[in-house]
Design a protein around this ligand. Structure first.
Ligand SMILES: Cc1cc2nc3c(=O)[nH]c(=O)nc-3n(C[C@H](O)[C@H](O)[C@H](O)COP(=O)(O)OP(=O)(O)OC[C@H]3O[C@@H](n4cnc5c(N)ncnc54)[C@H](O)[C@@H]3O)c2cc1C
Length: 318
């Protein structure tokens, strides 16, 4: 980032702080030894905040909400500024490790993983994108999206694309190393570990390139497909399948919509109780049984709403 841009960002943030009124966040409760609660919610993130708020609607219930982080700063509520909170005190500052076999050898072995350690959890760090997913497999969804982007670009004659694998076949894992505060979980990303994921990316890129090079506008201005400076891929013929595979591996970036590590049907039952327990539920993005085709904040909040209803129904019978 150049100094000029940094200066602009500082100035804009100053303006945002001046005009945006930071909400008054809930005060910490003073808990005495021996206090008794009907419900203990661990984590005031997207899901935990909703569950705690819904349970406190029942006036006779005492609910304790425990959050490891503090109050969010102004950047958390101004759209566009939250990326500056990554690798800060508001982030758990985890790392993920990449399994380095096959194509994935080229991906850095260790990458930062952002997770909110603050009131609001990851929703205080997130980019506030709401994407509505659809029931479908990768190809259908990609087709749908690709067509809309092509139509849009045909109108506006701009060519900028980002490819997302919505339903990756590669699977990561999270392993607990210990229960101490210093014992970060071991997160294995294993991105594009399954060759089918590179295939999806490559075929998507080829489709767009084929389309662009056939447009009247492209031909009219004599445009050329820009060759990125990727010496690693110089061995391969430009625009060939091998070239695109190499390109995908070297240009890959990971999104922050991890889920499904305590999937329903595997770790929790249909009412989100951990198998073998009666009073312990998991309510967060991890209980999704499979990866949805979209960002996860709203689906997580929806799960929390449903879980709150289930808990109320169980204890109040309505
Ligand atoms: C950088 C980033 C960008 C994103 N962008 C988008 C986006 O644009 N749109 C979208 O829909 N989704 C986005 N997401 C994803 C979305 O925000 C998350 O999927 C969602 O917030 C997850 O909610 P959760 O309740 O499962 O976990 P979280 O919101 O992460 O909540 C977990 C909470 O538990 C607390 N906690 C953990 N351990 C303890 C403990 N031992 N004691 C007490 N508290 C504890 C944490 O501090 C945290 O507050 C993004 C995520 C990130 C990280």
């Amino acid at each position: 980032m150049g100094y000029g841009v940094q200066y602009m960002v500082c100035l804009a943030l100053f303006t945002a702080e001046y005009f945006v009124q930071t909400p008054e966040w809930p005060h910490d409760a003073k808990i005495k030894d021996g206090s008794v609660f009907d419900f203990i919610v661990v984590g005031a993130g997207s899901a935990g905040s909703v569950v705690a708020a819904r349970l406190t609607e029942v006036s006779q219930w005492r609910v304790l909400l425990i959050e490891a982080g503090g109050d969010p700063p102004v950047e958390a509520i101004v759209p566009g500024y939250s990326p500056s909170l990554q690798r800060s005190q508001y982030d758990w500052n985890y790392y993920s490790y990449q399994n380095q076999t096959g194509a994935a050898q080229k991906i850095p072995h260790v990458s930062p993983v952002a997770k909110g350690k603050v009131l609001g959890g990851s929703s205080s760090l997130n980019t506030m994108v709401y994407a509505r997913g659809i029931f479908s497999n990768n190809f259908f969804y990609n087709d749908h999206i690709v067509q809309s982007v092509l139509d849009l670009n045909a109108e506006h004659e701009i060519f900028l694309y980002n490819f997302l694998i919505l339903r990756p076949k590669s699977r990561g894992s999270v392993t607990i190393k210990g229960v101490g505060e210093e014992d970060d979980p071991i997160i294995r990303a294993n991105a594009i570990y399954n060759p089918e994921d590179i295939f999806v990316l490559r075929e998507g890129i080829k489709r767009i390139v084929n389309y662009i090079t056939e447009t009247k506008y492209y031909k009219h201005i004599g445009a050329k497909i820009f060759k990125m400076n990727l010496p690693q891929c110089d061995y391969f013929e430009f625009l060939s399948d091998d070239y695109w595979d190499c390109y995908c591996v070297n240009m890959l970036a990971m999104e922050y919509n991890q889920c499904c590590s305590s999937g329903m049907g595997r770790v929790v039952d249909e009412e989100l109780r951990i198998y073998g327990t009666r009073r312990l539920r998991v309510v967060d993005a991890s209980v999704m049984p499979s990866i949805p085709s979209g960002n996860l904040n709203i689906p997580t909040i929806t799960i929390a709403e449903r879980a709150s209803d289930l808990i109320k129904h169980e204890h109040l019978g309505k």
